[in-house]
Design a protein around this ligand. Structure first.
Ligand code: FAD
Length: 421
């Protein structure tokens, strides 16, 4: 598989599902895991992955962490070796965009021609939200999503002449970049529209903890402030919502992402804030699945609500679910969401979804920066955020998966071992 339809003939209707061909669009965590899990499940048909990114498939989280600070090199970011793809007969079509999908005839059009599929997997991820404000100047603000972006960002931030860096957006990616730039000796300002950092996902206690850490490293935080325009002459001038202006040598933008759903939408597949799927990650069209950042799915850990998660865990676990389904072992998606961020010495690991909590318990040494925050809804444990406490995180994932709620009185007493709570 992998050549245009007019060059290779595929069996038109193979009744043995294990021999059918699968096309995957996107070579991120979801796409690559889907291919690997299909082979692990014994799928014997052809697998072809289209990736508009020309780089050999790599993991994205290190791009704002180890890859940016130089502690991780390119080869360590690769999901699999070239030999693995060869051995497992997974065809990679790198640097190739899929432009349209015909759901009725089960064909798609890519840069190199038309292809037929028996099963199609959208693993199209998400793309950066861009600034909705006037931007004038010779350069573009910097964004981070791909390896190419990371190389460009690193090259820009590592210049000695670059002194003042303005980061627009106080979410995970903006703050990880701010941490790197400030540790590198730059004067960093973060402008965040919301009243506090990472407000969408963290409670005030943790937002404040991270804010204090950034300030300790000299980062200037302007929360509750927007940027209204950017203009570049020699340097950039940012006009803020309060009328003030700021000067900077480089502008970095991290204001969230939008789901990669345009292709699916154009094909008539149901989409809203993502490609809509059921608990088996099936879209509204037969034989077509969506997984990872692009998939709007019913999540049991969000009380069954439709959510779209932007995390490695979600991409990998949904890939496993559809591989099992395609191989005739349908399994509903039921995995605890988890996520992490590293900023300075703070390693935050999040398990579950804390939205809607009505009680929280802090356990551990806050001043010593080793603690966890346990979130409850109607006495049920729904999420745990752990700072520099990996054992708490692992225990939390087990408890949330098993719908177990620890004894809240014992939990608040740090002298009682966690597993005895
Ligand atoms: C800088 C950064 C740091 C992150 N840090 C963390 C972290 O610490 N922890 C965590 O859990 N998550 C983190 N994430 C999020 C995590 O990387 C994503 O959740 C994960 O990559 C999702 O995998 P995916 O396969 O769904 O999408 P992606 O990895 O985005 O892959 C989708 C791919 O599909 C391709 N594609 C889209 N449309 C087409 C088309 N029409 N034709 C061909 N190819 C197409 C895209 O080019 C893209 O490469 C981070 C993300 C970034 C960018």
């Amino acid at each position: 598989m992998g050549a245009p339809v007019d060059r290779i003939k595929f069996p038109t209707q193979d009744t043995q599902s294990m021999k059918k061909n699968v096309i995957i669009i996107g070579a991120g965590h979801a796409g690559i895991q889907a291919a690997a899990s299909l082979r692990e499940e014994g799928f014997g048909g052809s697998i072809c992955i289209f990736s508009e990114d020309a780089d050999f498939p790599y993991q994205k989280p290190p791009l704002s962490k180890g890859y940016l600070d130089g502690s991780q090199q390119k080869p360590s970011l690769m999901f699999r070796s070239e030999a693995w793809y060869e051995k497992n007969q997974v065809e990679l079509r790198l640097g190739e965009v899929v432009h349209s999908v015909d759901t009725e005839n089960q064909t798609l059009e890519a840069d190199s021609g038309n292809y037929v599929f028996d099963t199609l997997i959208f693993a199209t991820g998400a793309y950066n939200r861009t600034l909705p404000i006037p931007v004038t100047g010779q350069d573009e603000p910097l964004y981070l999503r791909s390896m190419k972006d990371a190389d460009k960002l690193k090259q820009a931030l590592d210049q000695a002449a670059v002194q003042d860096v303005l980061v627009i957006g106080g979410g995970f990616i903006g703050l990880e970049i701010a941490a790197y730039a400030s540790k590198s000796g730059k004067q960093v300002t973060v402008v965040e529209y919301q009243p506090r950092l990472m407000q969408r996902v963290l409670p005030p206690l943790l937002s404040e903890h991270f804010a204090a850490k950034h300030q300790e490293y000299g980062v200037k935080l302007l929360t509750g402030t927007g940027v209204q325009s950017l203009h570049q002459e020699e340097r950039w001038t940012a006009t803020l919502s309060n009328g003030d202006t700021l000067e900077a040598d480089k502008i970095v933008v991290g204001i969230g992402v939008l789901p990669g759903q345009a292709l699916a939408q154009k094909a008539g597949i149901r989409c809203s804030n993502g490609i809509e799927v059921n608990e088996f990650c099936e879209t509204s069209v037969k034989n077509i699945y969506a997984i990872g950042d692009c998939a709007l799915h019913p999540n049991p850990f969000a009380k069954g609500q439709m959510v779209r998660l932007e995390s490695v865990q979600n991409a990998v676990d949904q890939a496993k679910v559809i591989a099992a389904s395609i191989c005739g072992k349908p399994t509903a998606y039921h995995q605890v969401p988890w996520f992490w961020t590293h900023q300075y010495n703070l390693k935050l690991q999040m398990a579950g979804l804390s939205e809607g909590y009505d009680e929280l318990i802090v356990r551990g040494d806050v001043a010593g920066e080793k603690f966890s925050v346990f979130y409850f809804h109607e006495h049920q444990l729904i999420a745990v955020d752990s700072i520099n406490k990996p054992a708490d995180h692992l225990q939390a994932r087990k408890w949330i998966q098993a719908a177990h709620s620890p004894d809240r009185v014992k939990l608040a007493d740090d002298t009682i071992k966690l597993r005895e709570c």
